[in-house]
Design a protein around this ligand. Sequence first.
Ligand SMILES: [Zn+2]
Length: 144
Amino acid sequence: MSERPSGPAASTPPDGPPAGAGSDQAARALLTAERAAVVTRLAAAEDDVRRIIGAGQDVATDDEHDPEGIGLALERAHAVAALERARDQLARLQDAQDRLARGDYGRCSGCGRRIPAERLQALPTATTCTACSPVRRPAARRGR
Ligand SMILES: [Zn+2]
């Protein structure tokens, strides 16, 4: 996987100095892969929103309460939510990559201990260990 996502929103940070720890390498690969997936999702969500808003303009000229319009509004709400989730996730990934570059990655911001590797694998953007996590989200909530 050497392809970089090239989009207007993708500000590619320069690669940090090679860290000695092998886990940093793994984390970097994981974050890079995750980021590529999120960038793709973000672009798709932006397309969806644009398409739906474009379609909505046709409907907006219609004064009747058109069921088409309601469906479209719902669809737009979903698309906007997906877009916001993708942006949010991208920001968290950027933050994780920044922390990795600083050497702070994988350290709990609550207690300062190392975050268990399996937690970072499941949630690469985690900033706290499980004990310090303010929200214990069920694993099923991940993804779309
Ligand atoms: Zn902690």
